[in-house]
Design a protein around this ligand. Sequence first.
Ligand code: AMP
Ligand code: MN
Ligand code: MN
Ligand code: MN
Length: 307
Amino acid sequence: MYTTIEKVYHDNGDHGRPLKYDLHMHSSVSDGVLDPAALVERVAAAGIDVMALTDHDTTDGIEAAMRAGFEHGVRVIAGAEVSVNWQGGLLHILALGVDIGEPTLQQGLAAQRVCREERAIAMSERLAATGIDGCLEGARSFASGASIGRSHFAADLVERGFAKDRAAAFRKFLRPGKPGYVSCQWASLEEAVAWIKAAGGRAVIAHPARYRMTTAKMGRLCEEFKALGGEGIEVVSGTHTPHDNAMAAGMALRFGLLASQGSDFHDPAQTWLGFGGLPALPAHLTPVWHDWNTGAAGRKLRVGRTG
Ligand code: AMP
Ligand code: MN
Ligand code: MN
Ligand code: MN
């Protein structure tokens, strides 16, 4: 049995103003620096009404975030950012509004985290071959039990003076073709969408402009994604330029995808737009949250087991 938190939240109209949404952010459960409760506290202070916690390949922070959401009056949408291999490149697919108790999704994400562990070992071996020892231990200490990723390696490389900041660590060691880069057998697009749908969630293409695809390739991605049951695209991202947002808006319109927005917050010190600083979604698009407060989606937000 789960308790639901539907009753403590209000419909759009009750606020007397449009709600503020930020549907993409990370906690220390993956590569963010704030733990879920501290993250939610900041989100509340920034005046965000509805947030999605979308850690890389894990929903482990959701229950803590929901509890904090209760306390601070923030509606927390259960999410994740799923790593995907598509046509030889890496994509990120956001899962929004999932049932975190649903086994297909959890088995899929667990397999992704096994890949992360195996990749971490291989990355450390490659870095050792270039003369930098102890990277696995270093990255693990930054991850402290989180879903381990390249950002944890970057943090360790910076701390030990091998790079001046995280961006430099990615540039020198962690990007494709660099000595610490190891590819990973992530989910296919089809698998990721199927897991998300099995868990009753909406699949959304994250930060589309970051993949540096041609317009034709982005069109093929949207078409295939939509045919698989994908529903949305991140139109406004904290990591996009205004031009990128316009490109994504064009894709949403052309392929009938719902529009999402999110900061991709990781760190209070990040250089891209944090919460509250996002431009509004273009008015002609349908927001991914258009039916969230109506009950039409039939999903309850689950905060925790009561018995
Ligand atoms: P992973 O999923 O472990 O391969 O790591 C991807 C994550 O690394 C992204 O979600 C970002 O948080 C981070 N990242 C990727 N590229 C860069 C970069 N150039 N500078 C800083 N962080 C980056
Ligand atoms: Mn990240
Ligand atoms: Mn991403
Ligand atoms: Mn992200």
